[in-house]
Ligand binder design. Structure first.
Ligand SMILES: Cc1ncc(C[n+]2csc(CCOP(=O)(O)OP(=O)(O)O)c2C)c(N)n1
Length: 594
């Protein structure tokens, strides 16, 4: 069943609603109380077709909501409410207040008109946004029904999330406002039905699927073990890791015989060597045979979303187990099938106690992880060979910089190309090095001020933080330069003539790319440095860079300001080099077929 093949809007609405209920059912929902109306028709048709849902019609929405409250109270399961647009949902309010105050799981599914009709005098159309204010634990407005597998996956994930959130840790109502475009009734050829998505059989081992696993490991369902059948990878995104947590993740890798794909901001990429550590995945996975041959059955995730887009799209569709003690829903790919609300240390203990490592499908290290380690080594060699013949660019500079930062030092790496280039070129580093970056909102703002703040907050004088920034990021935070006047670590500015990341994105072919996207700054770094009383060094070759870095670090060691190092980058050449390297990777035979 392919949604893009059927333009019927009614059918699209129905499939969308069915996917939403699939997610809700997976979180434990079994009852839906509806009050009749037209706009909510796709929801009612979908619930009617869903084999796990019991439907109860009640005319008055106020009474329906109190009835649902009773059901939720008695069953300790999320209970759904459906009504039409307009004043209908306002009648839910007293019961919603009670559900919020008493902590009962209600799922409020209000049908709505599509955005183009809101605020234009369309019939029965009011502002339904956040109608229940702080009485709803979460509010979602996912927009009109989408087409295609990604949209269905997203709405299914939202259903599951809503049910899970309604159950706790602070149980209560969750409101999803659902706009539907007409026609609301599907055509006769629509063959929509509740359908299993990929990996469903595996996920059903947790039936009813418990996506958020409680904090106490003794209460974790046994079904969680079965998610680790077959071959897996551990993916570590940006996070602040204690030594104890880092050790626990390495131990998880040993137990599971799984490689650790370590993001530059994970805290695991640099430090004592580990046979499980993989750092070259962003390049490696551009090779089609490697991407296919190394595809895992599951991914165990720690930390935030990794920097590498290549990695993210390769993981699309792979069932994920997210271990995260926070209440964040860190799952942009909508692939998380179990979210374990704990940290690496507790999780590792559970792995050990539940003997996940002894599953019969587990391969010895020499097999699966050995293949990953070989691939990493091949990529190391390829990168080395490539850099040996390429003209100097950021690929070389990153190696030089990492090599010169002593143990215990840190790097603050700006967004845009610097963090991606670090991701691509750093490789493994045995020197303990911490990398800071702003991947929460991935802004290019506040970078020089943050660099100064990081240095002010350090606990030992020998643990300084060096900055690596693009030229626009540097200029974006000019007032921060005042804070850098006494900084004893350098700020390295990669001056490539503006926002050159756009050369790597689909915008690269657009008219006026230079004026409207790259925006090359019309101010000179040296003039800025002079204006702010900063020492300025200007380099454009490897020897000059090393000299400047040594001088700046030596000055810092004497407690003197380290100043700016402006590196002139030929952005066209750099782009060519990156593309050349990735082409080499694509063409090489990197992994042997099994
Ligand atoms: C506050 C903020 N404004 C705009 C953007 C969008 N943006 C992302 S990268 C970029 C260009 C950055 O240029 P530069 O710092 O010189 O780095 P380069 O692309 O050359 O690596 C822009 C404008 C953003 N992420 N954050």
């Amino acid at each position: 069943m392919n949604d893009t093949q059927t333009p019927d809007q009614g059918c699209r609405n129905l499939r969308w609603a069915l996917a939403l209920f699939d997610g809700l059912v997976r979180s434990g929902l079994r009852h839906l109380v509806l009050s009749p109306g037209s706009r909510s028709t796709p929801l009612i048709l979908a619930a009617q077709r869903h084999p796990c849902i019991d439907l109860k019609p009640i005319l008055d929405e106020r009474s329906a909501a109190f009835f649902a409250l009773g059901l939720a109270q008695a069953s300790s399961r999320p209970v759904g409410l459906v009504c039409t647009s307009g004043s209908a949902l306002a009648h839910w309010l007293p019961a919603v207040i009670e559900a919020s105050e008493s902590g009962f799981p209600l799922i409020l599914l209000s049908a709505d008109r599509p955005p183009e009709l809101r605020g234009w005098g369309a019939n029965q159309t009011i502002d339904q946004t956040r109608m229940f204010g702080s009485f709803a634990r979460e509010f979602h407005d996912p927009g009109p029904a989408g087409a295609g597998p990604a949209a269905l996956k997203a709405i299914r994930a939202l259903g599951m999330r809503a049910g899970i959130v309604s159950l706790g840790p602070r149980p209560g109502p969750v409101h999803i406002n659902l706009p539907f475009r007409e026609p609301l009734v599907p055509g006769p050829s629509c063959d929509a039905e509740a359908e299993p998505e990929p990996g469903r059989a595996q996920r059903e081992a947790l039936a009813p699927l418990v996506a958020v696993v409680p904090r106490t490991p003794s209460a974790w369902p046994h079904g969680l073990v079965t998610l680790f059948e077959g071959r897996g990878v551990i993916c570590c995104g940006p996070m602040m890791l204690s030594n104890e947590s880092a050790a626990a993740i390495w131990r998880c890798a040993e137990i599971l015989h799984a490689p650790v794909l370590a993001d530059p901001l994970s805290g695991l990429r640099f430090g004592p060597a580990s046979a499980h550590r993989i750092t070259r995945y962003d390049s490696l996975l551009r090779n089609a045979a490697a991407a296919t041959g190394l595809k895992p059955d599951w991914v165990l995730r720690f930390g935030g979303t990794p920097v590498s887009k290549t990695l993210l799209s390769w993981l699309d569709g792979v069932p994920a187990i997210l271990v995260d003690p926070s209440e964040r829903w860190n799952d942009p790919g909508h692939d998380v099938c179990a979210r374990v609300a704990t940290g690496p240390v507790d999780f590792c203990q559970w792995l050990q106690a539940s003997r996940v490592g002894d599953l019969p499908t587990r391969e010895p290290d020499s097999g699966w992880t050995g293949r990953w380690a070989d691939a990493e080594q091949s990529l190391d060699r390829l990168a080395g060979m490539f850099l040996a013949q390429a003209p100097w660019f950021e690929g070389h500079l990153i190696g030089q910089l990492l090599h010169r930062l002593p143990t215990g030092e840190s790097l603050f790496c700006a967004n845009s190309l610097p963090i991606r280039q670090l991701d691509t070129w750093s490789g493994q580093g045995k020197t303990q090095l911490r990398v800071f970056g702003h991947r929460g909102a991935s802004g290019i703002d506040g970078q020089t001020s943050t660099l100064a703040g990081l240095n002010a907050g350090r606990t030992a004088p020998r643990q300084g933080v060096t900055g690596l920034l693009g030229d626009l990021s540097f200029i974006h935070d000019l007032s921060g330069l005042m804070l850098m006047q006494t900084l004893d670590r350098p700020c390295i500015v990669l001056n490539n003539g503006g926002g050159r990341i756009f050369d790597y994105l689909p915008q690269r072919g657009l008219v006026e790319l230079e004026r409207l996207w790259r925006i090359p700054p019309s101010v000179e770094c040296h003039a800025l440095a002079r204006a702010f009383g900063l020492l300025h060094r200007h380099v454009d070759d490897p020897i000059g860079f090393e000299q400047a870095l040594d001088e700046a670090m030596d000055a810092g060691a004497r407690g003197e300001p380290a100043g700016l190092i402006e590196v002139r980058i030929n952005a066209d050449l750099s782009l060519q080099s990156h593309q050349g390297f990735w082409n080499d990777v694509r063409e090489q035979s990197i992994i042997e077929s099994e």
